[in-house]
Design a protein around this ligand. Structure first.
Ligand SMILES: *[C@@H]1O[C@H](CO)[C@@H](O)[C@H](O)[C@H]1NC(C)=O
Ligand SMILES: *[C@@H]1O[C@H](CO)[C@@H](O)[C@H](O)[C@H]1NC(C)=O
Ligand SMILES: *[C@@H]1O[C@H](CO)[C@@H](O)[C@H](O)[C@H]1NC(C)=O
Ligand SMILES: *[C@@H]1O[C@H](CO)[C@@H](O)[C@H](O)[C@H]1NC(C)=O
Ligand SMILES: *[C@@H]1O[C@H](CO)[C@@H](O)[C@H](O)[C@H]1NC(C)=O
Ligand SMILES: *[C@@H]1O[C@H](CO)[C@@H](O)[C@H](O)[C@H]1NC(C)=O
Ligand SMILES: *[C@@H]1O[C@H](CO)[C@@H](O)[C@H](O)[C@H]1NC(C)=O
Length: 358
């Protein structure tokens, strides 16, 4: 019995070795482990849970073709969502993820979405994830915090040294991972941060953004737009805030209704070309003498957007991602179907290692 156990243990050694190797990557690359959280560029899925797929009958309000879990699998590391107050027919109030209004597109409760992210983080222990909530109906910190608690994700939450002062140095990805504080959370806005939920950070205390309601590629700008107190690029840079670069377009429909633009998404999310993601990252990196901390895109798989982010990070051979089709997902003649393509082809070697690690 004893020798059999030893034999079994010995047979696991090669896999343990590979597991350790695979886990030395942080956010899909070993080169990012020693970088400070504010010195990396994160790929952000704008309106992450709002899907244009079968589940929403290809809603034109949808901003993404693949869901939040698939986004994380493919290398997205910042997920944004709008939180709205939802009153059910019994008069009970809940906090749902809705696009503009819960009548238009309701992706369910905040806590169920957070629970999905939490279970992904359980299976991916070397990944730092950022959540950015747009607090559309001014939920107090206590109500948002209750959702973090009930979802199970609170255990991963990073708490900054101060709720009102920007850290002069942010932790490295490796120290966030080693400390078990791999979830970084911002809320736009949180008028009164709560000491009961100190991990809920007011977005514009720590971050500035460029403009975001753009309908033409010529509208893209590196200038600060929010918080409105920052009126010049030099003020934004010297404030110490991290730069979130919005890079998505709306198309204007009948009656002035704006929907996420799919017509030129392959151009918007491309790595090269006028007003492409890659070109805009370079332009804004020159303005701030530093790459953006995060970029926020629609339909992240097209482009693919991750190529421009890898270039900004100097990452050439990312590990541990699942590849996703770079095609748009369209409703076909006979109803609903995802685009053809090499969807979710697994990066085999790494997945084997990860599977044995679990
Ligand atoms: C972060 O970047 C700054 C330069 O922008 C550099 O001085 C600093 O050493 C970097 N720190 C880490 C830990 O990446
Ligand atoms: C939900 O109910 C609250 C309290 O009654 C009310 O203030 C709020 O406007 C309602 N929200 C919606 C979206 O109906
Ligand atoms: C959570 O994950 C489940 C299973 O994949 C999925 O059906 C559901 O839509 C997800 N919920 C949200 C809010 O993303
Ligand atoms: C790690 O956690 C310890 C104990 O909570 C804390 O003192 C330290 O500041 C944390 N380090 C980072 C980088 O967050
Ligand atoms: C965006 O660009 C279009 C076309 O150049 C222009 O008409 C519009 O005024 C711009 N919008 C803003 C907000 O700058
Ligand atoms: C974008 O898609 C259009 C239509 O399919 C195509 O003509 C164009 O060449 C594509 N552009 C890029 C940059 O991929
Ligand atoms: C269209 O969608 C249906 C239902 O998902 C699928 O069975 C069929 O193969 C699709 N056809 C094409 C041409 O993609």
């Amino acid at each position: 019995m004893f020798s059999r156990t030893l034999l079994q243990a010995a047979s696991l050694l090669p896999f343990l070795y590979y597991t350790v190797s695979a886990q030395t990557a942080c956010n899909n690359s070993p080169s990012l482990c020693s970088k400070a959280y504010n010195n990396v560029t994160l790929l952000g899925a704008h309106d992450s849970p709002f899907l244009r797929d079968e589940s929403t009958s290809f809603s034109t309000s949808g901003n993404q073709f693949y869901d939040s879990t698939e986004q994380l699998d493919a290398g997205v590391r910042l997920l944004s969502a709008q939180v709205h107050q939802f009153n059910d027919s019994n008069g009970n109030t809940a906090w749902h993820l809705c696009h503009s209004s819960c009548d238009l597109l309701d992706a369910g409760t905040l806590s169920s979405w957070l629970a999905n992210i939490s279970s992904w983080m359980d299976s991916n222990p070397n990944e730092v994830v950022t959540v950015l909530l747009v607090n559309s109906d001014d939920a107090p910190a206590s109500e948002l915090g209750a959702q973090f608690k009930s979802s199970g994700i609170e255990k991963y939450a990073y708490t900054p040294p101060s709720a009102s002062t920007i850290p002069t140095t942010w932790p490295t990805l490796q120290s966030l991972i080693s400390n078990g504080t791999r979830l970084v959370t911002f809320v736009a806005s949180l008028s009164t941060p709560s000491s009961d939920y100190p991990y809920l950070m007011d977005e514009f205390t720590f971050i500035f953004e460029n403009n975001f309601e753009n309908t033409s590629p010529s509208n893209f700008s590196c200038d600060p737009n929010r918080p409105t107190s920052l009126t010049t690029t030099s003020a934004a840079a010297s404030s110490g805030r991290m730069f979130l670069m919005n890079h998505f377009l709306y198309s204007t429909q009948l009656f002035g209704i704006e929907t996420p633009d799919t017509n030129s998404i392959n151009v918007t999310n491309a790595q090269t070309g006028t007003a492409s993601l890659g070109t805009r990252i370079s332009a804004c990196s020159a303005v701030y003498a530093k790459a953006p901390w995060a970029v926020l895109v629609d339909f992240f798989n097209v482009g693919p957007a991750i190529a421009s982010v890898d270039a900004a990070n100097g990452v050439t051979s990312a590990t541990g991602r699942k590849s996703v089709s770079t095609e748009q997902v369209e409703e076909n003649d006979s109803g609903v179907s995802r685009a053809q393509g090499n969807m979710l082809a697994v990066v085999v070697a790494v997945m084997v290692a990860v599977a044995f690690g679990m």
